[in-house]
Design a protein around this ligand. Structure first.
Ligand SMILES: *Cc1c(COP(=O)(O)O)cnc(C)c1O
Length: 232
C-alpha cells in the first residue's frame, strides 16, 4: 500500500456541507410536494457574517444572499459583486423610507414592503434611479404587536396602491410567530397570495423551510443553517 499520506481520500463518512444539506432538504421537500426544485430560490441570509463567509458559499455555487440592514449590505456586497457580477442580494429586513433610494440602488429584491409611506418612497426611488426592483409585501401573519409587516386587513389597500403606482409586487412574505407550529401561518400566507393573484411566497427560515416548501414557498430565507449561529 503506498497511499500518499498528504492527500487522504474523502471518506463517505465525511459530513456534507451545510449548503449541500439545505439544498438536499429543499429538493426532498419538492419531491414530496411534486414541485420543480427550480421553483424554490434559496436566499442565504448572511446578516452579521463577514464577506469571507459569503465568498465561501459563492465558491460552492450559491448566488442569492439576504441581508437585513442597508448599511451592512452596502459595506459587503459591492466588492463581492465586482468579482462575481451574478451574485444577487435581497433585503429581508425592515426598511426606513429615507433609505429607499439606497435600497433600490443596491438590492435585487426587497422582501419588506409593509406600509403606504414606504410604498410611496420606493416608487419615487425606482423612478429616480431608473431601476425596477421586485417587491414582496410583508404580512404580519400572526397579528403580533411588535412585528413588522402590514396587517392582513390592510393588505388589499396596500396592493391596490402598489398596482396604481405600477410597482413590481411579486408576492408576499412573512415571519410567523416564534415557538408555535408555522404551517398554519404559511398556509394562510399562501391563500392570501392566491386570492390576490400573486405567485411569489417568501417564507421559511432555518427551522421550518421544509414545511414552507411543502406549502408553496418560492423563496426560503435561510441563515443559521448555512452560516452557523449569528455573530451578535
Ligand atoms: C435572520 C432572518 C432570516 C434567517 O433566519 P435563520 O433562522 O437564521 O435561518 C430569515 N428572514 C428574516 C427576515 C431574517 O431576519
Amino acid at each position: 500500500m503506498d497511499t500518499p499520506a498528504s492527500s487522504p481520500a474523502l471518506s463517505p463518512l465525511d459530513p456534507i456541507s451545510p449548503l449541500d444539506d439545505v439544498r438536499a432538504r429543499i429538493a426532498q421537500s419538492c419531491r414530496i410536494a411534486r414541485r420543480a426544485p427550480e421553483g424554490v430560490t434559496l436566499v442565504a441570509v448572511s446578516k452579521t457574517k463577514p464577506a469571507e463567509a459569503v465568498l465561501d458559499l459563492v465558491a460552492q455555487g450559491q448566488r442569492v444572499f439576504g441581508e437585513n440592514r442597508v448599511q451592512e449590505a452596502q459595506a459587503k456586497f459591492p466588492a463581492i459583486r465586482e468579482a462575481h457580477p451574478d451574485v444577487a442580494v435581497h433585503l429581508v429586513g425592515q426598511l426606513q423610507s429615507n433609505k429607499a433610494e439606497d435600497a433600490v440602488r443596491l438590492f435585487d429584491a426587497i422582501h419588506s414592503l409593509d406600509r403606504p409611506s414606504l410604498l410611496t418612497a420606493l416608487a419615487r426611488a425606482m423612478d429616480k434611479v431608473g431601476r425596477q426592483v421586485p417587491l414582496f409585501v410583508q404580512v404580519n401573519i400572526g397579528a403580533e404587536e411588535q412585528k413588522g409587516g402590514c396587517a392582513i386587513a390592510d393588505l388589499p389597500a396596500l396592493l391596490d396602491q402598489a398596482r396604481d403606482a405600477q410597482l413590481p409586487v411579486e408576492g408576499l412574505m412573512c415571519v410567523p410567530p416564534a415557538g408555535i407550529e408555522a404551517a398554519p401561518f404559511f398556509a394562510l400566507l399562501a391563500k392570501l397570495a392566491a386570492d390576490h393573484g400573486l405567485a411569489g411566497l417568501s417564507m421559511g427560515m432555518s427551522d421550518d423551510f421544509e414545511t414552507a416548501v411543502l406549502l408553496g414557498a418560492t423563496h426560503v430565507r435561510v441563515g443559521s443553517a448555512l452560516f452557523g449561529a449569528r455573530n451578535g
